[in-house]
Design a protein around this ligand. Structure first.
Ligand code: FAD
Ligand code: SF4
Length: 511
């Protein structure tokens, strides 16, 4: 049995970044990834393949606790879900780390604060080619410096919208996004600003993802071994339950057992919890490292919704994900609780919106709708509830998730519809607006987090401040699982920054 210094399970935002952080350590590192490299193929940019046929999603069936089957919209690839993400890379706000009073309850304080993360956010933005403009977002946390790359420019229709919003006193800003784009030299820019980015893999590898920016550049180091299509199935401890002595894994019918001094689970919030639950033993009958009973609990995924604002005005924008608004992040004069965040999505075409349209809507009408729509994405904070959780029964994954904080979120969507109508009145471009609002159902687990939260108290948290399991000396969890609360901006930059932070700790530990 080969012996490694460290085994990292999963290569997404958390695991992939950790591979990068440890690559120069000289340590013998084994990386286990259940997926393959995402193939480069024309389907990468084909809406039917991506959205209708779920080409890049797992075919697994998960269940709700009332036994309803669903297909989780999550993928298993080198790079994890960053292969298809929209690359909107936000920092949480200072207050998000302090505990926030919401309409439905109060979020817990994080054991570390924004100031602890600031240097890692800065490093994470460099690593993931983030473009943005300091000083535009009215809720922006303190930054020690400018973004590493200039903001991505708006196309004319979005610039017009930006100007109208600004004229009305709102604070639209250029959305921080991780793409390898050089607008001063488009001939040589890797990113071509296409209309198939948000939710699609990048056919030409210009999106900053964990595969392209972290894993591949690390593999030239001969001390790192990546095994793809190998799924970790169980973590085995010694008799004390304090030390993991081996990782069981499989590739089809082939079985493996690996050993290492340190084991890092970075399988994504649901699958990391699943692996710990499956690793129950005599010492931890309810799941490994689960002395607190918190493994799998406090599942969060954000309140997310998409809305097309359709006007009489054409929207020929190709790369639309350039603008965001946080004017209602903390609430407004009439609603004193947080409402959430608004950002543009990738530009929908008729194939993307057709699942939402009545079945008799003719293609031409959908074309018209798509050509005249501006596509908005809303994120509201959901609360960590112990009863919202991941469980397993005979290898079957179950999720229980009841919505929280929907009042503020519904207000956010209504408020934004009003704002758009206000802006439309000014420009006279939507005399007969039609708004389609759609909340993302449970299978939309894009922002899953919180199932192994970190904290100072082993009775209420799974991980300590370094993301090491309170109960097991050589087990770390380094993905979205550690979040004590979800904030209301996209999670990846925080997962990446935290992985860089834990990477630094591990370098110290392995010296
Ligand atoms: C369509 C879409 C759009 C998104 N847009 C944004 C965005 O704009 N901004 C943003 O911040 N976030 C976005 N997200 C969310 C973002 O992708 C995730 O928050 C992030 O990837 C989570 O990182 P992670 O490391 O926790 O998990 P993942 O990235 O999911 O990585 C987990 C890895 O573990 C592997 N794995 C799982 N189980 C096992 C096992 N048993 N053995 C071995 N390997 C295993 C998986 O294959 C995967 O590689 C989006 C997500 C989706 C789906
Ligand atoms: S916009 Fe740029 S990064 Fe995104 S898919 Fe197109 S080329 Fe790739």
């Amino acid at each position: 049995m080969a012996q490694y210094d460290i085994i990292i399970i999963g290569t997404g935002a958390g695991g992939g970044t950790l591979v990068h952080a440890l690559k120069d350590s000289g340590k013998k590192i084994l990386v286990l990834e259940r997926g393959t490299y995402l193939p480069r193929e024309k389907e990468n940019w084909d809406s039917i393949a991506v959205f209708h046929n779920d080409r890049y999603h797992t075919k697994e069936v998960w269940k709700t606790t009332d036994e309803k089957d669903f297909h989780p919209q999550t993928g298993y690839w080198v790079g994890g879900n960053t292969k298809v993400y929209g690359a909107a890379l936000f920092r949480l706000r200072e207050k998000n780390f302090e505990g926030v009073t919401h309409y439905d309850g109060v979020t817990p304080e994080w054991p570390l604060k924004y100031k602890d993360y600031e240097p890692y956010y800065t490093e994470a933005e460099k690593l993931f080619n983030v473009h943005g403009q300091m000083g535009e977002d009215n809720t922006e946390p303190y930054r020690s410096g400018e973004y590493p790359n200039p903001p991505v420019s708006h196309e004319p229709r979005i610039q017009e919208l930006h100007d109208e919003l600004k004229a009305k006193g709102y604070h639209p800003f250029r959305l921080p996004i991780g793409v390898r784009l050089n607008e001063n030299d488009m001939l040589n820019s890797p990113c071509i600003r296409c209309n198939t980015c948000d939710g699609f893999p990048c056919l030409i590898h210009a999106k900053a993802d964990a595969d392209i920016n972290c894993v591949r550049p690390s593999l030239s180091d001969t001390n790192i071994t990546l095994m793809t299509e190998v799924k970790a199935t169980k973590l085995i401890t010694d008799a004390s339950g304090k030390t993991i002595v081996s990782v069981e894994a499989e590739r089809g019918d082939e079985k493996f057992s690996f050993t290492a001094d340190i084991i890092v689970v970075a399988a994504g919030a649901v699958n990391s919890a699943v692996l710990l639950l499956k690793s129950a033993n005599d010492k931890y009958p309810n799941g490994l490292a689960n002395g607190s009973g918190m493994v799998g609990r406090n599942l969060m995924k954000h309140n997310n919704a998409a809305m097309l604002a359709i006007s009489t005005k054409l929207n020929p924008t190709k790369f639309q994900k350039t603008l965001a608004v946080n004017d209602f992040y903390w609430g407004d004069d009439e609603f004193k609780f947080p409402m959430g965040h608004v950002q543009l999505m990738g530009k929908s075409n008729k194939d993307q919106i057709s699942p939402d349209a009545p079945f008799f809507t003719p293609g031409l009408v959908m074309d018209e709708m798509a050509n005249h729509s501006v596509d908005w994405w809303f994120t509201g904070e959901d609360l960590p509830m112990p009863e919202n959780r991941v469980t397993i029964q005979n290898d079957q994954i179950y999720l229980h998730y009841a919505e929280t904080n929907s009042k503020g979120f519904e207000r956010l969507k209504d408020k934004w519809s009003e704002v758009l109508k206000e802006v439309d009145d000014v420009t006279h471009f939507i005399p007969h607006s039609l708004y389609l609002k759609k909340n993302i159902p449970l299978e939309g687990l894009a922002h899953q987090c919180g199932t192994c939260r970190y904290g100072n108290d082993p009775k209420t948290s799974v991980l300590d401040m370094n993301c090491k399991a309170h109960d097991v000396d050589n087990l770390y969890v380094v993905d979205g699982s550690f979040f004590p609360s979800s904030g209301a901006v996209n999670p990846s930059l925080t997962i990446i920054a935290n992985a860089l932070r834990v990477g630094e700790h591990l370098l110290g530990r392995m010296k």
